[in-house]
Design a binder for this molecule. Structure first.
Ligand SMILES: [Zn+2]
Length: 83
């Protein structure tokens, strides 16, 4: 019997007939499993100069709301623009 666990270390053991079945089950048990994110995370890219050198900087103060926010702004390293 082939084992589906040869290509990765299973964090969760389950009965699966093949790798696809295993993935389906894994999706239910661990929807956020990194094993399922085969698609590469889309690169953050500056919309202005298309540089991929982007820094995350914490939002310090929002003038719109007047309250502290815990979000992040992305700032392009090359053109220094926020987006
Ligand atoms: Zn830029």
């Amino acid at each position: 019997m082939n084992t589906v666990s040869t290509s990765f270390t299973p964090l969760y053991t389950f009965e699966a007939v093949d790798l696809e079945d295993a993935k389906e089950q894994l999706k239910e048990v661990m929807p956020n499993s990194p094993l399922l994110s085969n698609k590469t995370v889309p690169k953050v890219q500056c919309p202005y100069c298309f540089s991929t050198e982007v820094q995350l900087v914490p939002k310090k103060f929002s003038l719109l709301t007047g309250i502290m926010t815990n979000g992040f702004n992305r700032v392009c390293v090359r053109c220094q623009r926020k987006f």
